[in-house]
Design a protein around this ligand. Sequence first.
Ligand code: HEC
Length: 149
Amino acid sequence: MKIQHLAAIAIASLSISAAFAQAKPEDQIKYRQSAMTVTARSVGVLSAMAKGDLPFNKELAQRHASTIADLSDLPLTAGAYGPGTDKGAPTKADPKIWSEADKFKAAFDKFSTSARSLPAAAGDLNSLKTALADLGKTCKGCHDDYRMK
Ligand code: HEC
């Protein structure tokens, strides 16, 4: 590939990330809610395996575990809880998210750390159960504090 092409690609991807950083509050809200929706679906599949409602399947379990891990920190790192995203579309995000941003970030980090340990645990039903219970506590902890009813 010619160097000009590489430069053009680099510039194009820069403008894409700049555009994303300036996403409208309503789009940021939609983004963070969508990430949670996808995460919850994957958690649902893993929970069904943990409960025995769905036969344990290592490949499927690892795929959903990786989805959860990959999505876990995106709402924060992509700016979906950035300034001005407390309103602009229907949201259940508690205003405390912006008044105690450090604590909120800590709750997110705890969740992401737990989520990132999931793929390795998903190879075995017993370790999956333990890791999932651990993850579930981080969901509930944050929802209790930062998601409005
Ligand atoms: C660090 C905080 C935090 C963690 C951890 C967290 N959530 Fe959430 N979740 C939120 C907040 C805040 C909202 C509300 C977002 C909004 O309405 O803008 C939300 C919304 C949701 C929603 C509703 C999405 C929608 O379409 O409105 C679902 C489902 C959900 N979370 C599932 C989960 C699951 C499952 C986990 C754990 C695997 C989890 N969440 C972990 C903070 C968190």
